[in-house]
Design a protein around this ligand. Structure first.
Ligand code: FAD
Ligand code: FES
Length: 255
């Protein structure tokens, strides 16, 4: 069930170039949120459509979201100040099923796909699992949430250009971790998700991926977010990323 809540901004912090962390007082949405779900935020009068942003953390009556400024909606979000109010719809979508990932899941985030994996790591740990996180970024300036992940679980960081931590891709680390992993979950760019899904499949591990599509309504009513999925008879069927996803079993996705 989605809730529309008028939320007060508790803080808005710049994390890096074009990267922000917004904490919202959102007691009703925070109480209902599950890892991998998202909120749909009305971003000012000039933006008719709400903008989908993943829940990075939910608890104690607050929601934490982390976003990158892309266009007018996220620019508006970046300008919010403590005490401003925001119209938020959520929690939306189908999140991660961390129980299905077993006792030793590998949780992977790429770039601005990193934030929802923090709540997934906390969720897996709270259920008694020992997750490991792999976070990939373009370069040093794009690194976010590293300390938050380290406080929860063993964490590996890669940068594409080698300017920080390990030079390479998250898939290099995943190849080394699959031997004793029980499942994989990931959020990030589609080519990264596709490569992760292939490694997990080869290793015989369950794999869940959080997909991104442009959205309209956010609640399954407009078809803007259609994504191609495999039907049981081998043909292609279409699902809604907003309602059936954003998290799908990787085997379901028509890459
Ligand atoms: C389920 C989901 C979770 C997301 N979580 C995050 C997150 O945690 N942090 C973050 O920084 N970004 C996230 N995004 C991407 C974010 O929604 C877009 O960057 C944002 O909508 C861009 O809006 P804009 O007005 O700033 O940019 P513009 O490009 O001006 O947007 C124009 C229109 O395109 C839509 N749009 C543009 N890019 C996207 C996109 N990638 N996905 C969906 N709609 C888009 C906008 O909603 C808007 O209607 C997520 C997207 C989805 C689908
Ligand atoms: S955004 Fe309208 S159906 Fe998904």
């Amino acid at each position: 069930m989605s809730i529309q809540e008028i939320c007060r901004a508790a803080s808005n912090t710049r994390l890096g170039e074009g990267l922000y962390q917004l904490v919202l007082d959102a007691p009703q949405i925070a109480a209902a949120a599950q890892c991998g779900q998202f909120v749909h935020i009305a971003c000012g009068e000039g933006n008719l459509l709400r903008r989908p942003i993943s829940i990075c953390e939910a608890g104690e009556g607050r929601l934490r979201i982390v976003f990158q400024v892309k266009g007018s909606g996220t620019e508006w979000l970046a300008d919010r100040k403590e005490g401003d109010t925001l119209d938020v719809l959520g929690p939306l979508g189908h999140g991660f099923d961390t129980a299905a990932l077993g006792a030793r899941p590998v949780l992977i985030g790429g770039g601005i796909g990193v934030p929802p994996m923090l709540q997934a790591a906390k969720c897996a740990k709270a259920a008694g699992a020992a997750p490991r996180a792999v976070l990939g970024f373009r370069n040093r300036g794009a690194v976010i949430l590293e300390e938050d992940f380290r406080a929860v679980c063993e964490t590996f960081v890669t940068t594409d250009d080698g300017s920080y931590a390990r030079h390479g891709f998250v898939t290099d680390v995943l190849q080394e971790l699959v031997a004793d992993a029980t499942g994989v979950a990931a959020c990030g760019p589609k080519p990264m998700l596709k490569a992760i899904a292939a490694i997990a499949k080869q290793a015989g591990l369950p794999c869940q991926v959080s997909m991104e599509e442009r959205m309209g309504c956010g609640i399954g009513a407009c078809l803007v977010c259609a994504c191609a999925l495999k039907a049981e008879n081998g043909e292609t069927r279409y699902g809604h990323v907003c309602k059936d996803g954003p998290v799908f079993n990787a085997e379901e996705v028509e890459w």
